[in-house]
Design a protein around this ligand. Structure first.
Ligand code: NAG
Ligand code: NAG
Length: 330
């Protein structure tokens, strides 16, 4: 993208210079027009914080959730409602804060990408989307104070530059409580904080917290012979309740993030079954421009590990390693 833009600039400049050699009057006109044209091209190629680059496609999000996210009827519904409500509200009173919970490989990261894709033209590649992974960005506890001020500056700097910024925090359960506390003010109802308003920003937290309890609910339904699709948000509320998170090992929930009601939606991700792994395999092949090879996909799905050991109902890694696994079978 950047390269294309700069070659266009060169083109405009060179054309201007070439004309200059012949006729000075035309040059002035051309350069004058050139500047306007350059601005247009600039906006076209270089990402800006404006409606050309940022908007919301609610149909797009709905279609993506329905056709690309497998086995997550509860999460799909809540996310669509939450994001649509927020994005269509002209005057939100606080930033949107979503907390996504569930077993590994169930689609938490993937859903964040779908949300980004339907808001920013450039999706996850947008310069307004920021992804932080606890173990990669904030690995050393001794550096806590440095991380804190850095993170606060980043959030403030980016939201000042573009109010519709999105921040995704992966491995929230591994993030130091102090660091989480340091971002709390930005999630709140303040109209302005140091002259900056955060009301149009989106914060998404990803964690495995509550994952085991969610699995338990899904397993109970399975054992009772009930349809997975019968599981409702209210069935999972205990799994996402405070007491479950009152776990000494998980920093996130030591903080007052929950008590202070700064999280707008807690969103549960169900563990995936064999049939969902197959669906992920099919989608993966289609996205590679291949015709799904059903035998290979079933063999690949069959080869994955499932739990509990006797019943083998849920995929241990969800759909996480499908992409690399599939290479062995096709
Ligand atoms: C919104 O998404 C739908 C479905 O993916 C797509 O057909 C449509 O072109 C999108 N609209 C815009 C304005 O991008
Ligand atoms: C925006 O955030 C990124 C990290 O994603 C950081 O590198 C950059 O310095 C921030 N920009 C500002 C203006 O603070």
């Amino acid at each position: 993208m950047k390269e294309t833009a700069s070659s266009v600039f060169h083109f405009v400049l060179i054309t201007g210079l070439a004309v200059h050699a012949f006729e000075p009057i035309t040059t002035t006109l051309l350069l004058g027009g050139g500047a306007a044209l350059t601005n247009k091209l600039y906006n076209y190629f270089i990402e800006n914080c404006n409606e050309h680059w940022i908007g919301f496609n609610s149909t797009g999000l709905e279609v993506d959730l329905q056709s690309k996210l497998f086995g997550q009827h509860v999460a799909s519904r809540v996310i669509l409602k939450a994001v649509t409500g927020f994005m269509t509200n002209k005057n939100p009173k606080k930033p949107l804060v979503l907390s996504l919970h569930g077993w590994t490989g169930t689609g938490k990261n993937f859903v964040s990408q779908l949300i980004a894709k339907n808001i920013y033209q450039r999706g996850m590649f947008s310069s307004f989307v920021h992804l932080f992974t606890a173990t990669a960005h904030f690995p050393h506890e001794a550096e806590l104070e440095v991380y804190k001020s850095q993170l606060q500056q980043w959030i403030k700097g980016n939201v000042s530059a573009c109010p519709q910024s999105m921040f995704i925090f992966d491995e929230m359960d591994k993030m130091h409580p102090g660091l989480i506390d340091s971002i709390k003010p930005y999630l709140d109802y303040y109209v302005y904080l140091d002259g900056v308003s955060y009301h149009k920003a989106i914060f998404i937290f990803l964690s495995n917290n509550g994952g085991e309890k969610i699995v338990q609910v899904a397993l109970d339904f399975w054992k009772a012979g009930r349809e997975r699709e019968e599981i409702e948000l209210k069935d999972l509320e205990t799994a996402l309740s405070l007491s479950v998170f009152n776990n000494k090992k998980s920093g996130f929930w030591h903080t007052s993030l929950i008590d202070s009601n700064l999280v707008d939606f807690f969103i549960p991700f169900l563990p995936l079954e064999y049939k969902h792994v197959v669906q992920c395999g099919q989608a993966e092949m289609i996205s590679r421009g291949l015709t799904p090879d059903e035998d290979a996909i079933r063999e690949m799905a069959h080869d994955m590990t499932y739990f509990p050991p006797e019943e083998r109902v849920f995929s241990t890694k969800g759909c996480k390693v499908i992409s690399s696994r599939l290479d062995f079978f096709i």
